[in-house]
Design a protein around this ligand. Structure first.
Ligand SMILES: *[C@@H]1O[C@H](CO)[C@@H](O)[C@H](O)[C@H]1NC(C)=O
Ligand SMILES: *[C@@H]1O[C@H](CO)[C@@H](O)[C@H](O)[C@H]1NC(C)=O
Length: 379
């Protein structure tokens, strides 16, 4: 084609060439104008709108270019069957059974998650020496909140003789990074643990309330000598309910052999060892739509609520039933392969096998956490 065009041009004589050139220029001006108009009034505004709405997606998608994954954990294989004895279980892990179990402290910060706390404490109940719970009258974003635990305390009478409950006043610093208030509350939790009587060598579970170690995991760790003194727990990740199993990669929860002064309550990576398949992490597993709105407004990552309509109850209900993302974000992964693999809604799971026993024994009361029940109470 280009050859044919240039050969036909060579054949033109001088006069026709001039007219031809003028026509071409006029024609170019015209098309340029149309193009300019399109660019000015369509492409640029659309581009800005696109960046405004999806800018975060673009940066998340490009994350593999600017961030490399953290050093990977050293996984510890986890063995369990209800019919295997403790000495043998310890031996399978390369550990030795103790003459008596270690004492275990479970310490959490409480916001308003009464249901999840019930499931957690019922799961851990047989193996916990002291339940330690701290509650503030401020959310991490400095919104005042009632002491929800205090008003629901009667529901937890099964732990009452082993409960150390503390409250703390919020600092209500407007405009501060919510992680500062969170860190402040964790320091107070350290003091509450000492008041609860924790001693060197006792086990301390450090986790968010919705990160629930399985009972048999805690039983194993309290009976065996040999686990690393700081051990992260690998949990199954769920979103909205146990119907949506996101992945198996939760690692923030940890179990520590307590050491005075040295041990500080934390919720980040502290060591390299990760015990496989040790429980459940159920994020945004709430009974009521209003709980979702509260959490989105009141806790960390409020920056993710980029638009008001993200808090619209109808939208939230649809997002839950579709297994979509509440903040319309891309998966937070470090490789393109993983981002693409995880894009789109979370597939439904029809399995309710290996879930906390209290949940299955009270399935009527907690049906919203089980497969097939994505509709939430409005309240
Ligand atoms: C558990 O152990 C008992 C007694 O040793 C045995 O009768 C039973 O079949 C075992 N159950 C399973 C599921 O292995
Ligand atoms: C929060 O608690 C502190 C300490 O008990 C108290 O001084 C403060 O007035 C409370 N603030 C609100 C908003 O309830």
């Amino acid at each position: 084609m280009p050859d044919g065009y240039s050969s036909s041009r060579k054949k033109d004589d001088g006069c026709c060439q001039e007219v031809y050139r003028m026509a071409r220029i006029r024609c170019m001006m015209l098309t340029l104008d149309t193009r300019t108009v399109i660019v000015l009034f369509l492409v640029i505004p659309l581009g800005f709108t696109g960046i405004y709405i999806h800018g975060q997606k673009v940066t998340y998608f490009l994350r593999p270019l600017w961030q490399s994954p953290p050093k990977s954990f050293i996984p510890i294989p986890h063995y369990y069957h209800e019919n295997v004895t403790m000495p043998w279980l310890c031996k399978l892990h390369g550990w030795k059974v103790r003459d008596y179990p270690r004492k275990v402290y479970d310490a959490v910060l409480f916001n308003n998650e009464v249901d999840m706390l019930t499931i957690r404490w019922k799961e851990l109940d047989p193996y916990i020496t002291q339940f330690v719970l701290l509650e503030s009258n401020s959310t991490f974003t400095s919104i005042p909140k009632p002491h929800y635990f205090a008003t629901n305390r009667k529901r937890f009478d099964f732990v009452e003789p082993r409960l150390t409950y503390g409250t703390i006043g919020g600092r209500f610093k407007k405009g501060e990074n919510p992680f500062v208030e969170e860190a402040y509350q964790r320091v107070a939790l350290d003091q509450l643990l000492q008041a609860a009587g924790i001693e060197d060598g006792d086990l301390l579970i450090m986790s968010d309330l919705d990160e629930i170690p399985s009972a048999h995991t805690i039983d194993l760790l309290r009976w065996c000598d040999g686990p690393p003194p700081i051990l992260h727990l690998n949990l199954n990740d769920y979103l909205y309910s146990f119907e949506f199993n996101v992945d198996h990669s939760s690692w923030r929860a940890s179990v520590h052999q307590y050491q005075k002064v040295k041990t500080r309550y934390a919720h980040y990576r502290q060591m390299d060892y990760l015990l496989a398949d040790s429980g459940w992490h159920c994020s945004f597993c709430f009974r009521k739509i209003s709980d979702f709105v509260f959490k989105m407004k009141a806790y960390s990552h409020t920056d993710r609520v980029r638009f008001k309509h993200f808090l619209d109850p109808k939208r939230i209900q649809n997002v839950i039933c579709n297994g979509d993302d509440l903040y319309d974000m891309l998966p937070e992964e470090y490789t393109f392969k993983e981002i693409i693999a995880k894009m789109g809604p979370i597939p439904r799971s029809y399995s309710a096998v290996h879930l906390p026993s209290y949940l299955l024994n009270h399935a009527d009361e907690y049906s919203y956490l089980l497969p097939g029940n994505c509709i939430r109470e409005k309240g």
